[in-house]
Design a protein around this ligand. Structure first.
Ligand SMILES: O=C(O)C1=C[C@@H](OP(=O)(O)O)[C@@H](O)[C@H](O)C1
Ligand SMILES: C=C(OP(=O)(O)O)C(=O)O
Length: 432
């Protein structure tokens, strides 16, 4: 039987303050770089979510000592040249970031390995990563999809113009370039998240960023360091949108990552009419972070396209829900990447929101949404996709009836405390 969670609120208002869990992208990279580096790395505010735990498991199999206690992680690594041969397949689960970044790391290592994933990940394209890696001399067998067999070895540098704006592809090449002969150069068509570049610097690497071009010289040995992970703006986005949609709401999000390559959601909320204030901003972690305060105000539709897309790619499902409550048309374009995420997010968001009465149509590379539309209750599929599961739960704050969420447990992939936080900030103003 499919697991089902039912969520219902009676005239809620979103109020208070939350500290969302650590950033998923940065947590993965902290484990990866702490394991590549020699010595001790202490990670604070790590995301204790299923995807990041897969990354930890993989490095343990490579002989890295990783002591994880909730959001505290201590890594003691002999450095990547001393990793041991894994005795079983390396399992990336549902995590595209784990799989794609590991392909770059493993290709340039001394170990031979087989990388596997769950059903969803095994259907996601890997050629975007294996093609440039093979140009560097990587030996990867198996085609476009997991499982892939990687024979680690010496790589040569590469100059690469990326055909898709993807931080996973860029990071895989930079990790491979860190251990290749000569200088590797990656050029992006639109700037994607730069957490790998920032954290490489934190671990002492020389890396040069100039607009959309990044250069790294191979053969650098990294030293362990301490990393504090800021809150994940992609997780905060669910409650930021909830606040923007529910009348009379005002909510604060503490210590959230404010990296310019991730904050497209703030620009979208502001353009649609929501008041968003950044209360503090500090940058002593290698990553800027601060407190965001969101206050509800009337919403209007807008076009979301072009260079902003990589800065809010994972927020588009929840932005689609927001658009159902905005006055006029919202057009989302240039987001065909959504079709190759944990599920086809264009098809999934469209079909699930339609069940609630939304006026939403799928296009080849996005969605067109007409609002404002009152939404009814219903049973929504998550498709095992955490972002779809959370979109369904947030919808329940504005629907006239209850929302049933199928396979809700996938939410623990990126936001294990999601339902606790929902209860904390969603205050009912009416008895059942
Ligand atoms: O590098 C990363 O940590 C990520 C990059 C993005 O994927 P793409 O690189 O495929 O755009 C994003 O969707 C994913 O959630 C995390
Ligand atoms: C696409 C996502 O992650 P990944 O690619 O790591 O599976 C996501 O978190 O929305």
């Amino acid at each position: 039987m499919t697991e089902l969670k039912t969520v219902q609120f009676h005239k809620p208002v979103i109020r208070g303050s939350i500290k969302v869990p650590g950033d998923k992208s940065i947590s993965h990279r902290a484990i990866m770089l702490g394991s590549i580096a020699e010595g001790k790395t202490v990670v604070t505010d790590f995301l204790n979510g299923v995807d990041c735990l897969r990354t930890i498991d993989i490095f343990r199999q490579l002989g890295v000592s990783i002591d994880q206690n909730g959001t505290d992680v201590i890594i003691e690594s002999p450095g990547m040249k001393n990793w041991v041969q894994p005795t079983k397949d390396l399992y990336a689960g549902n995590s595209g970031t784990t799989a794609r970044l590991m392909l770059g790391i493993l290709s340039a290592s001394k170990v031979n390995s087989v990388l596997t994933g769950d059903e969803s990940l095994s259907g996601r394209p890997m050629k975007r990563v294996t093609t440039p890696l093979e140009k560097m001399g990587a030996c990867i067998e198996g085609g476009d999809f997991l499982p892939l067999t990687i024979t680690g070895g010496k790589l040569k540098s590469l100059e690469y113009n990326m055909p898709v704006a993807s931080a996973q592809v860029k990071s895989a090449i930079l990790f491979a370039g860190l251990n290749a002969d000569g200088e590797t150069v990656v050029k992006e068509s639109a700037i994607s998240r730069d957490h790998t570049e920032r954290m490489l610097k934190q671990f002492g690497a020389q890396i040069h960023q100039d607009g959309s071009t990044t250069k790294i010289v191979g053969g650098q040995v990294l030293k362990g360091t301490d990393v504090t992970v800021p809150g994940d703006i992609s997780s905060a986005a669910f409650f930021m949108v909830a606040t923007a949609m529910v009348e009379g709401s005002c909510c604060e999000f503490k210590d959230v990552g404010l990296n310019p390559t991730r904050i497209g959601i703030i620009e979208v909320l502001r353009t649609m009419g929501t008041k968003v204030e950044i209360v503090e901003q500090t940058s002593d972690l290698g990553e800027p972070y601060g407190t965001i305060r969101v206050s509800q105000a009337p919403l209007r539709g807008m076009e979301i396209s072009g260079e902003i897309i990589p800065t809010l790619i994972d927020e588009l499902p929840i932005i689609a829900l927001l658009a159902t409550q905005a006055d006029g048309k919202t057009i989302i374009k240039d987001a065909a990447e959504l079709r190759v995420k944990e599920t086809d997010r264009i098809a999934a968001v469209t079909s699930e929101l339609k069940k609630l009465g939304a006026k939403i149509e799928a296009t080849a590379d996005g969605m067109i949404i007409e609002g404002p539309t009152p939404l009814t209750g219903g049973i929504l599929k998550s498709y095992g996709d955490h972002r779809l599961g959370m979109m369904a739960a947030i919808a329940s704050l504005i629907t006239t009836g209850p929302i049933g969420i199928e396979e809700h447990s996938c939410i623990s992939i990126s936001y294990p405390t999601f339902f606790e936080h929902l209860e904390t900030v969603a205050l009912e103003t009416e008895e059942e």
